[in-house]
Design a protein around this ligand. Structure first.
Ligand SMILES: N[C@@H](CCC(=O)N[C@@H](CS)C(=O)NCC(=O)O)C(=O)O
Length: 278
C-alpha cells in the first residue's frame, strides 16, 4: 500500500492510496477519507462507495462533497476505482464495457476473467486491506451511483451479514433487461441467464430471506437522462412491494444523473448509514 495523495479536509484527511491487488492482478487506486476520530487512532466504521461508468477513484472524492458528513459522523469512506486498468488489461469498444465499467462482478469469460474480478476485490480483498492499514472497525456500509448503485445493492444482497447498511443513487436495478447490463453481463458472464439473475437486484430482492433484509434507501432524479432506458426504479419498487422488503424510493424533481444530484442528497445517505453503523 502506497499513499499517493493526502489533503486536510474537515478536521480529517482525504487520501488516495495505490496497491497491487491479488484479485485483479493490477495496481488499484482508492480514495480513503479518515475522519477526525480515525486520525486520533480510534476505530471507526467504514462506508464503501462504488462509482458509476467512466469513473475512477477521483469522481466521488472531488465532486460529492462527502467529506464534511464523513467527518461529522466519524465514518471512514473508501472509494475504489471501478475496474482494473493499465497495459495488458482488456478494454471494450465504448465507455460501458471494460476499463471504467467493471460492473462489480467476477468475470467468467475470456478475455475478461483474468483481471475483471471486481466482486471479490470489493467484498474480500478491500475490507481486509482497509481493516489492516487503518483504524477500521468491522462495521461496514455500502452505497453507490448508477453502475455503482447496482454494485452496492447486489453485493449487500449477495453477501448477507457483510454490510450493515446500504443505499444508492440512480442505481441500475434490473441489469438483465437493460442495455448497459445486458452488454456487460454477456461479455463478463456469458450467455447463461441464470448467472445474470444472480447479479440482478430485482431478482435478488424477490429471492431474499426475510431475516436478512437491510432497509434500502434509493434517490432518483426524475430528469435523469437514463431513467426510462437503463434505471427503471419502478421495477425495484414493485419487487420490494411484492415481498414486503423495506424500501424508500425518493424521486427528486428536476435532478439529472450527475454528481450535482448526488451532492444534493449525500447528507441524507450519510445519516441513513450512520444510524445503522452506530
Ligand atoms: N454520458 C456519459 C455516460 C456515463 C455517465 O453518465 N457516467 C456517470 C455514472 S453512470 C458518472 O458518474 N460520470 C462521471 C462524472 O459525472 O463525474 C458518458 O458517455 O461519459
Amino acid at each position: 500500500m502506497q499513499r499517493i495523495e493526502q489533503h486536510a479536509s474537515f478536521g480529517g484527511r482525504q487520501e488516495v492510496w495505490q496497491h497491487a491487488s491479488s484479485r485483479t492482478g493490477t495496481d488499484m487506486k482508492l480514495g480513503v477519507y479518515l475522519p477526525p476520530k480515525a486520525l486520533a487512532g480510534e476505530k471507526c466504521p467504514v462506508l464503501y462507495w462504488l462509482s458509476g461508468l467512466t469513473c475512477t477513484e477521483q469522481n466521488f472524492i472531488t465532486k460529492a462533497g462527502a467529506q464534511q458528513f464523513a467527518a461529522g459522523h466519524n465514518l471512514i469512506v473508501v472509494a475504489p476505482d471501478t475496474s482494473p486498468r493499465g497495459e495488458g488489461v482488456p478494454n471494450g469498444d465504448a465507455y460501458d464495457l471494460g476499463q471504467g465499467a467493471g460492473f462489480y462482478v467476477n468475470a467468467t469469460q475470456q478475455p475478461w476473467t483474468k483481471h475483471f474480478q471486481m466482486e471479490s476485490y470489493i467484498v474480500d480483498e478491500l475490507p481486509a486491506l482497509i481493516e489492516a492499514y487503518f483504524p477500521a472497525s468491522p462495521a461496514r456500509g455500502i452505497f453507490g451511483h448508477s453502475m455503482g448503485g447496482h454494485g452496492a445493492l447486489t453485493l449487500a444482497l449477495r453477501h448477507p451479514g457483510r454490510y450493515r447498511s446500504v443505499s444508492a443513487f440512480a442505481p441500475i436495478v434490473a441489469p438483465s433487461i437493460v442495455p448497459w447490463g445486458q452488454k456487460a453481463f454477456k461479455a463478463y458472464l456469458g450467455d447463461d441467464m441464470a448467472a445474470w439473475r444472480a447479479h440482478d437486484t430485482v431478482q435478488l430482492i424477490a429471492a431474499s430471506a426475510p431475516g436478512h433484509r437491510l432497509p434500502l434507501l434509493v434517490d432518483q432524479g426524475d430528469a435523469d437522462e437514463f431513467l426510462a432506458t437503463q434505471l427503471k426504479p419502478e421495477l425495484l419498487k414493485a419487487a420490494c412491494e411484492q415481498v414486503g422488503y423495506p424500501f424508500t424510493l425518493r424521486l427528486q424533481p428536476g435532478h439529472d444523473h450527475s454528481y450535482y444530484f448526488i451532492a444534493s442528497f449525500i447528507a441524507d445517505h450519510f445519516a441513513h448509514h450512520a444510524q445503522a453503523l452506530g
